[in-house]
Design a protein around this ligand. Sequence first.
Ligand code: NDP
Length: 293
Amino acid sequence: MFQILDGKATATQIKDEIANEVRRITADGKRPPHLAAVLVGDDGASMTYVANKEKASHEVGFTSSVYRFPANIKEEDLIQTIEFLNKDEEIDGFIVQLPLPKQINEQHIIDAISPNKDVDGFTPVNIGRMVLDESAFIPATPMGICTLLERYNIETSGKHCVVVGRSNIVGTPVANLMSRKNAHANCTVTLCHSQTKNLSDITRQADILIVAIGKPEFITADMVKDDVVVIDVGIHRIPDASKKNGFHLIGDVKHSEVDNKCSWVTPVPGGVGPLTIVSLLQNTLKAYKNKFE
Ligand code: NDP
């Protein structure tokens, strides 16, 4: 019988730990950490993600702000905002919610973010530091995946970890982290993508399978071996008139058939998503401490 890697419960536990630290900080008369977000356009999913990040910030005692812009904003105007946020002493860390509208080059925006405030861990400096195993802001979703495996004491050393998806924000960094030389990693990693041949032959070899491809219920039971640990990063909104918000969420894994073959599995929702937000909070606290402690 499979067991659930409960992201929601783990996130609650870590949020309590952060809230305790913030209480200690403010009891000393210092201001709490501040997380800012930049939101461009009115995409429903992006607005929900930013609202959730704000809510989580307040739950742990951070202050927060959201800088909203219309979808037709020019790249140079957005860069000006980034430069303002880089300098503002009251802001410890900030994120630019992706994706951005087509007229804006996302990499130009990311490159403009100060590495010291890059709590999403997307800038070249932080990615370079991560790869060199130096102190860095680790991208939130890969960091959350590693935290979940660590908190549940999942054995990783010497295991074959197969990552499906090579995006800069999930697949590539998590592949790097899982191959690290430390007790909570030490995996032999295979990184798969859309050009991988015989994908099922590779996924069936996985002891730990991390799926971040953005295709609903893509991974089916015939693609995994018994007792695999499955991390499903995918999030897809499926219209559902029976739900108050009009949709329900599914992942990149067909849980109705895959879960029974797993030893451990992350649900969707309630798996990786809550840990992503918590990692952002952990990075913001780290940015604050780097500055003040
Ligand atoms: P991207 O679209 O940036 O990357 C998808 C990757 O999957 C690419 O590397 C692509 O390969 C690969 N891929 C696509 N089709 C196939 C296929 N048929 N076989 C093998 N590989 C394939 O996605 P993201 O990494 O940004 O996100 C992935 C999913 O995770 C999405 O559903 C997203 O919503 C979700 N997500 C969830 C988060 C959370 O907090 N839970 C956070 C971030 C994302 P190639 O490089 O060759 O094109």
